[in-house]
Design a protein around this ligand. Sequence first.
Ligand code: HSE
Length: 406
Amino acid sequence: MVNIAILGFGTVGSGVAEVIQENAVSITHNAAQEIGVKTIVDIRGFPDSPFAPKIIRDFSVVERDPDIQIVVETIGGKTVAYDYTKRALEAGKSVVTSNKELVASCGHELLEIARRKNVNYLFEASVGGGIPIIRPITQCLTANELDEIYGILNGTTNYILTRMITDAAPFSEILKDAQRLGYAEADPTADVEGYDAARKICILADLCFGKSVDPDRLWVEGISGVTLEDVEYARRLGYKIKLLGRAYRLQDGRIAAYVAPHLISKTSLLSNVDGVMNGIVVHGNALGECMFYGAGAGKRPTASAVVADVIDAVKHLKTRKYLGWEESQPGYVADIHEIPFRWYLRTGSGLETIGRAFGDVRLISYPGEYPGAGPGEYAFATPWMTGRELAEKTAGMEIRSKFRIL
Ligand code: HSE
């Protein structure tokens, strides 16, 4: 029997306890021994929970307990979670987490402690909820030079954008539903403004390209500027608006990495990743393209990935699984304004101004065509150009929306 502790008994932590109890027979078979939740640490009381007798407030009890070999950290954030993770690793315990914020910001340091203590720090659930993506990148695809990874990495924003398309419902109402369903972060700003997706694409870029990408320095655009007009104009063009995290190698050895809403063609697989689902596309030089699809958020899908890591940690109690990346130098991530894209623009400026800046463009919408549109509104797609060139061309124009086209 291997004993574990769970730190944080919120949505994911309680899901982990439930899945371990419910699937005990198959988990015992898969891990080749029983796994038991011995202790749960949370400052809140859960008197009605069947796990109440196991819940304590003091982490140092876990830290000092030689019977606990694996710690599951589902607290989230970078403060208490960072302290407890470090102390658990230093105490010689493997740590499994769903905490993308901590892995994205401090993963390099924590993996280094795990290496020194000969234990494992595993974080499959940190990206894509229940979708296997960390293990494929670090095991199944290691014969490849990976050159690009991108995808829909945030369930809450994908749920909101999908319902803007299907229901034409107001943003605030849809966000409330997402919170009620347990998809959104406690502070929805992290979802809506793209920071959650940023942490996830940083973790993926760290693993795919071998050097750290700092989430605090990433170019991040969220979905709060996406309007129902944009959704409609994208549809006319044969596209859907999706929030993508994207990272790819440039020819000079640097990488491009960013999060932003994109218009993506309805013919692409990713455009059919709707609702809370996530989809991640990886491109490798031997494999070509490969897509991972599944539930990107929610209690049980996330618990599924956490518990699989616990089983893996049980199977590797005496050995270390290699996971890691190097620190990067300044300039490793290219300035986003240097990178060329095709752009979708929605503007209140007239045809003459548009023509002077861009020449002949394919107009998607004319003034008066769409009932909700602002006065004198045109929408169109540009040829390829960098963000810097676009800014020069549109200086003095009234730009209402500006998104990249993939
Ligand atoms: N708030 C996150 C999302 C949860 O909506 O994708 C999963 O990381």
